[in-house]
Design a protein around this ligand. Structure first.
Ligand code: ZN
Length: 126
């Protein structure tokens, strides 16, 4: 996989974020290790995507599939749920499922916007 993209998604306000890494596994691994030097990089093996989040850190998710893969958005949603779960744990929120669903949706929507922009650039021959 040749492309690599980093997206930062604001959750609830500008205090909480999810970082989404798309594409190239080695670049994503390097980026995650910058923030989480002790992380177990085994999580990258034999998987469509993974996440890492530790107390007081911005959760990071990685999606290794191409946007053309039929499991791409399911994987984005799966990893987004892990990241949002982490944020809700951090703030002690357990009841607001509607807000939770919107937060997961924010991550998926940001990725979808990037995919659409990428397709438009390609169709213009850039
Ligand atoms: Zn999982």
């Amino acid at each position: 996989m040749t492309y690599y993209k980093r997206l930062k998604v604001a959750i609830l306000n500008d205090e909480f974020f999810v970082t989404v890494l798309l594409g190239n596994k080695e670049m994503a691994k390097k980026a995650m290790l910058c923030n989480y030097p002790d992380m177990d990089t085994e999580v990258f093996e034999n998987t469509r995507g993974c996440y890492v989040c530790w107390h007081m850190q911005i959760p990071i998710i990685w999606i290794g599939l191409s946007p053309k893969d039929p499991h791409f958005y399911a994987t984005v949603a799966h990893e987004a749920i892990h990241a949002i779960d982490f944020i809700f744990d951090e703030i002690g929120e357990t009841a607001a499922t509607e807000v939770y669903a919107h937060c997961v949706g924010a991550v998926v929507a940001k990725v979808e916007q990037w995919v659409k922009r990428k397709k438009m650039k390609h169709s213009k021959g850039k």
